[in-house]
Design a protein around this ligand. Structure first.
Ligand SMILES: C[S@@+](CC[C@H](N)C(=O)[O-])C[C@H]1O[C@@H](n2cnc3c(N)ncnc32)[C@H](O)[C@@H]1O
Length: 208
């Protein structure tokens, strides 16, 4: 599904104190933005922000960053953060490919990948956010022992993600092939799949 172009999206986010367009200027100093030393967790491909906003509301002793490259979707996340007047979450407009320009070593404590694009064609597999090429970037910016938590509706993408992480030497902590709704913060995409009674696959893996 293509998102409607929203001409107001970029101007709205540029006016907002919650959205960061120059993440490279905060490399190594993200704690200053939050004005505390709490752990920082990062969602990549945050879409309309339901997950990260819920996390931030319910976990006030942690800081959260939401990365998204699609400004038409992300303006909704921006509005949700503003409406809740949250102090522990910011959005970043940017691409996962640029993570090591944005973050120093050890700045991130956990990464969330919710319903990432599955890229089913073999020639596109390298674009998957769980592919080794991205795991290498995550390992640089994450603390030792940091976790990646992934949810998806796509079984092939899920099985490949488990294999990518195992092959990368990560410890697989949890593999759940039918995640109960009460155990999940339901995202926009997840809602659509759950409404069609599709199983939700859930994985937690840890950098050793
Ligand atoms: C299928 S949507 C899921 C959105 C949301 N996480 C959810 O569960 O409702 C995938 C999102 O990931 C974003 N995305 C895909 N590749 C990305 C990348 N390389 N860097 C940043 N965002 C990316 C897309 O723009 C899109 O908004």
């Amino acid at each position: 599904m293509r998102l409607r172009h929203k001409p107001h999206a970029i101007p709205h986010m540029q006016e907002s104190s919650y959205i960061i367009f120059d993440p490279e200027n905060h490399k190594g100093s993200w704690k200053d933005i939050f004005k505390n030393k709490n752990e920082i967790e990062l969602e990549i491909g945050a879409g309309k922000g339901d997950f990260i906003v819920s996390k931030a509301i319910n976990t006030t002793d942690k800081n959260f960053l939401a990365l998204e490259m699609n400004t038409n979707a992300f303006v909704s996340a921006c509005k949700k953060i503003e409406e809740n007047d949250l102090k522990n979450v910011y959005g970043i407009v940017g691409k996962a490919e640029e993570l090591t320009d944005m973050f120093d070593e050890n700045e991130i404590s956990k990464i969330y990948l919710n319903f990432s694009t599955p890229w089913p064609k073999k020639r596109h597999n390298k674009r998957r956010l769980s592919h080794e090429n991205f795991l290498k970037l995550y390992k640089v910016i994450c603390k030792t022992g940091a976790e990646i938590e992934l949810k998806t509706d796509n079984e092939d993408f899920f099985d490949a993600s488990v294999a990518y992480m195992e092959d990368f030497g990560m410890e697989i902590i949890e593999v759940e092939r039918n995640l109960a709704e009460e155990d999940s913060i339901v995202t926009e995409y997840e809602r659509k799949f759950r409404d069609r009674n599709m199983p939700i696959f859930h994985l937690i893996a840890k950098f050793k």
